[in-house]
Write a protein that binds this ligand. Structure first.
Ligand SMILES: [Zn+2]
Length: 97
C-alpha cells in the first residue's frame, strides 16, 4: 500500500509539473495571440481611417489660418469660403465685424 501511495504521489507531482509547464506555454500562446489580435485591430483601424479620409473628399484651404482640411470636415460658408474649425470661423467673424 505504501508503494502505491508513493507512486500516486509521484504521479501527482508529475501532473503538477506538467500543468505548470502547460500553463507557461498557454500564457506565452495567449501573449502571442493577444499581440496578433492587437496588430489586427490596429491594421483594421488604419483601413477604416483611410476609407474615411477617402470619403471626406477633396481638401480645402481654411481662409483664416490656411490649413488644408477635408471638405466634409471643414465649415463651409455661402460665399464659398472654408474654415478648418469653429475657432477660425469665430475669429474671422470677429475680425470682419
Ligand atoms: Zn483654420
Amino acid at each position: 500500500m505504501r508503494e502505491a501511495f508513493f507512486i500516486l504521489l509521484v504521479l501527482a507531482i508529475l501532473l503538477g509539473l506538467t500543468a505548470i509547464r502547460y500553463r507557461k506555454q498557454i500564457v506565452t500562446m495567449l501573449h502571442i495571440w493577444r499581440s496578433l489580435k492587437s496588430m489586427r485591430e490596429k491594421s483594421g483601424e488604419r483601413q477604416v481611417k483611410t476609407e474615411k479620409s477617402e470619403q471626406l473628399g477633396p481638401l480645402v484651404n481654411c481662409s483664416k489660418c490656411g490649413t488644408w482640411v477635408p471638405e466634409q470636415r471643414a465649415i463651409k460658408l455661402r460665399g464659398g469660403t472654408f474654415y478648418c474649425s469653429s475657432n477660425c470661423l469665430e475669429t474671422a467673424a470677429k475680425t470682419n465685424s
